[in-house]
Design a binder for this molecule. Structure first.
Ligand code: AQP
Length: 344
């Protein structure tokens, strides 16, 4: 007798993603994640949250956390998310994320988590001093996604491994509890020229909120002068730009600036090189600065305008939380039954 393949997930497509309120959002967050959110909302039902439960895996000042959440929500709105189209909410307002995460903690294996490179990068040499939450962060992330049975997750390249873990957890849950196709195996949407924006000070390190050097990143809230100055100071090499991408081999900083230009202008890297081949950074940097100011400048202005009315942001988040819970609660109710909980 031939064995039947397990039933595949047959539910609707949904998009889910989020950003941690752990500091100023930067060009990497924008190109790797936020621009994709705004585009996808018009194609597939989209759920975008502010990851305050993830944020506290490292110390956050309690008196500041709510405001940090509002700032990320303002960035979502300023980069084009429409609260009438997408569901925008704070993670902690939907307790079903934590309830499902506990079940997933019992599904995921220690060996799977031991392989997560982001924990190794963030914990460094002193992992025994880190919170257990930082270690199990990818399990909560799996719950964030699967509580909405999301099928598509727009994220930067750095999150690919966590998405693979989410798929492993979904698959094991479906097998263990005899529920084929209950959870989808979600796909990471990492494609695009801004999938991995590197630091302006070191072309081999990811642009990151937690980099101690503010000159390493362009923040969404930077004004035109700050953007232009950071690009002027960006590390480069003395050679002119090559004609083709092969000529960027071994030139991490040059490659990064070309990739940023391509992502911001919507052109391919080949087209950018065709335009600037033979030119030095004395010519290229001012052009890149003008482009970055024209794209990023209005976003910062809009964020400041939105943050002047925190009650409106709170209203958007409250409305989104209600809509998110309406979808998350039935999933958790079904999970409780499948697991055999007393309170199922
Ligand atoms: N440099 C980057 N290039 C492209 N995408 C990036 N993302 C982050 N950095 C880059 C994407 O932004 C989304 C939100 O990330 P996050 O705030 O949840 O946390 P993170 O990935 O840890 O971002 P940071 O800036 O590096 O924060 P810290 O320094 O606090 O750890 C994700 O989709 C991420 O892929």
């Amino acid at each position: 007798m031939t064995e039947q393949a397990p039933a595949a997930y047959a539910g609707p497509e949904r998009v889910l993603s989020g950003v941690q309120p752990t500091g100023d959002l930067h060009l990497g967050n924008y190109l790797g994640a936020l621009v994709k959110f705004a585009r996808l909302q018009h194609e597939i039902p989209t759920f975008i949250f502010v990851a305050d439960m993830h944020a506290i895996t490292v110390w956050q000042e309690p008196a500041k956390l709510k405001q940090q959440v509002r700032e990320i929500a303002a960035a979502y709105l300023a980069t084009g998310l429409d609260p009438k189209v997408a569901t925008i909410f704070a993670q902690s307002a939907v307790p079903e994320h934590a309830e499902l995460a506990w079940v997933f903690n019992c599904v995921a294996r220690l060996g799977w988590l031991d392989r997560m490179t982001q924990f190794k990068d963030k914990a460094g040499k002193h992992k025994e001093r880190e919170s257990i939450g930082l270690y199990t962060y990818p399990v909560l992330q799996a719950a964030d996604i699967l509580v909405y049975k999301a099928t598509k997750v727009p994220v930067g390249d750095d999150q690919k491994q966590h998405l693979e873990l989410t798929r492993d957890i979904a698959q094991k849950f479906n097998n263990d509890f005899g529920a084929p196709g209950f959870f989808p195996l979600p796909e990471a949407l990492t494609q695009g020229p801004g999938a991995r924006v590197m630091s302006l000070r070191d072309g081999t390190a990811k642009m990151s909120k937690s980099d101690p050097s503010d000159n390493s990143r362009i923040n969404l809230t930077d004004d035109a002068d700050a953007i232009a100055q950071k690009i002027r100071k960006a590390r480069t090499d003395p050679d002119p730009l090559p004609e083709t991408a092969e000529g960027l081999e071994g030139r991490a900083e040059a490659r990064n600036l070309v990739a940023i230009y391509a992502a911001l202008s919507g052109a391919t890297e080949a087209a950018v090189l065709a335009e600037y081949a033979g030119q030095g950074f004395g010519v290229f940097k001012p052009k890149l600065a003008d482009l970055a100011v024209s794209v990023m400048g209005p976003i910062g202005g809009e964020m400041r305008r939105l943050l002047a009315d925190p009650a409106e942001i709170d209203r958007v988040l409250a409305d989104g939380a209600g809509r998110a819970r309406a979808l998350a609660a039935p999933t958790v109710a079904e999970v409780k039954k499948l697991v055999g909980y007393w309170a199922g």
